[in-house]
Ligand binder design. Structure first.
Ligand code: AMP
Length: 189
């Protein structure tokens, strides 16, 4: 049976970094909605143009846009044991849409793994990443602060959503990359 894992956590928690180790160890396909949107922006597509403005302000793109991307990946990617969703769902509406999509084939979310760090560390990590990756939304403190506020307002409620169905696990994200990876492997195993 295909497994569906959600890699959860605030921006800058290290989801992208840890996803790479997780997909190798568990033979999963990594789906980062942020990376897919950045690809659209780079390609200059119509969707990319619309998404660019929202992303550069630190706001979320519409639910239907990312839901369509997820559906497309599920449909087209074969030969893996499961999927690792990174940066999706980010709203309760997206979480419900995911449940409905999986229910069509009698499937459901396997588990969420949440990497947790405090707000002060979010800013520090994102500013460090800005120097390496050159993301526009990492370069401006006002945008970073809006992303943190957006996370608390729209995404954090998902913790209770998944906790209430017994699918929430949390890992301390404040340690080194190796330490956090070991923590994740422990809960996944
Ligand atoms: P990320 O790479 O996950 O930090 O995402 C970068 C930006 O892409 C976010 O700040 C949002 O503007 C947008 N984005 C990524 N995933 C989603 C999502 N699931 N729903 C809405 N917007 C998203």
């Amino acid at each position: 049976m295909t497994r569906y894992y959600i890699l959860f956590g605030p921006p800058g928690a290290g989801k992208g970094t840890q996803a790479q180790a997780m997909v190798e160890r568990y033979n999963l396909h990594h789906i980062s909605t942020g990376a897919l949107l950045r690809k659209e922006i780079a390609a200059g597509s119509e969707l990319g143009l619309k998404a660019k403005e929202l992303i550069e302000k630190g706001n979320l793109v519409p639910d239907e846009v990312v839901e369509g991307m997820i559906e497309n990946e599920f449909r087209t990617v074969k030969g893996v044991d499961g999927f690792l969703l990174d940066g999706f769902p980010r709203t309760i509406e997206q979480a419900k849409a995911l449940d409905n999509l999986l229910a069509k084939t009698g499937e459901s979310v396997t588990a969420t793994v949440s990497i947790m760090i405090p707000d002060e560390m979010i800013v520090e990590r994102i500013q460090g990443r800005a120097l390496k990756e050159g993301r526009a939304d990492d370069a401006d403190i006002n945008v970073i602060n809006n992303r943190i506020a957006t996370y608390h307002r729209q995404t954090e409620p998902l913790i209770d959503f998944y906790r209430s169905c017994g699918k929430y696990t949390e890992v301390d994200g404040t340690g080194s990359i190796d330490e956090v990876r070991e923590g994740i492997f422990k809960v996944m195993d």
